[in-house]
Design a binder for this molecule. Structure first.
Ligand code: DGL
Length: 275
């Protein structure tokens, strides 16, 4: 037993959205232990001032290191990653991975016509994080791409109340996605970890010519590579599955019920955070 490799991966989001990233990490790295915190008591992060989101992110990430001895942190929230990733990376003693750069690289790789779009919360879009990440990724991967970035206020609230289809959310999507439909893009990044739960609605509104990109799988690959390069990956040879713990700062019963529907059977109970 090697204590270092057995330490969990820590992950946080404002609520259920980061479970899309947790799913991808569990599927790609089934032997890894995982601790997830959904800050449902303080969601949504999107409309809050960047300084508030930054201090929530520092509190959550510090707790993951101090209270759970995590070996690596995934900021499974675009809003928090957009405003706090660099600060977390310099503050903490463990590697910190965000969702913005992996998503931007996946987006740029996908386009054929060099016109792409990202949707995210008001905070993410206002931060300009995607303009930078897409510009960097396009330098690395292809020629210059044109980015249309649009905030989708209200999407997160639909997901958090488990209303992922129906007339109301479709009407909102038609309204919010109109500028992207006009921009003639061929790839759209779901730049909020809640949005993959709205893929059916977003896909229907955008039409089959636009590929929807989700940052979860790309982020899981970055986590795998970071663990491998730090030699902190847990062995897969024994076939032993990792343990998965879920915490919420809000109603833990509701978090377990809805979270299980979103994530799957690994989420059977949720515990209270802070412990
Ligand atoms: N899931 C989050 C994100 O990726 C935050 C959503 C919110 O709380 O507004 O941005």
């Amino acid at each position: 037993m090697n204590a270092q490799v057995d330490r969990p991966i820590g992950m946080f989001d404002s609520g259920f959205g980061g479970l899309t990233v947790a799913r991808a990490v569990i599927d790609l790295l089934p032997s890894e232990n995982l601790v997830y915190i959904g800050d449902t008591a303080r969601y949504p992060y999107g409309p809050k001032p960047a300084s508030d989101v930054r201090s929530f992110a520092i509190e959550l990430a510090t707790s993951l290191v101090r209270d759970f001895s995590v070996k690596l942190i995934v900021v499974a929230c675009n809003t928090a990653a957009s405003v706090a990733l660099t600060e977390l990376q310099s503050l903490l003693s463990v590697p910190v991975i965000g969702v913005v750069e992996p998503g931007a690289r996946a987006l740029v790789r996908e386009t054929k016509n060099n016109r792409v779009a990202v949707i995210g919360t008001a905070g993410t879009i206002a931060s300009g994080a995607y303009e930078n990440a897409v510009a960097n990724a396009s330098c690395e991967i292809t020629s210059e791409v044109t980015l249309t970035a649009t905030a989708c206020p209200g999407f997160v609230e639909f997901v958090e109340r488990d209303e992922t289809s129906g007339a109301a959310v479709t009407e909102l999507a038609q309204k919010l996605l109109a500028p992207i439909r006009k921009a003639d893009v061929d790839a759209l990044l779901l730049g909020c970890t809640h949005y993959p739960y709205l893929s059916a609605v977003i896909g229907q509104v955008m039409g089959s010519g636009v590929k929807l990109i989700n940052s979860a799988d790309a982020t899981a690959l970055v986590v795998r590579d970071a663990l491998a390069s730090n030699k902190t990956a847990r062995s897969v040879d024994s076939g032993e599955r990792g343990s998965h713990e879920f915490y919420s700062s809000g109603d833990i019963k509701q978090f377990a019920e809805l979270g299980r529907r979103f994530l799957g059977p690994e989420l059977s109970i949720a515990k209270q955070w802070p412990k």
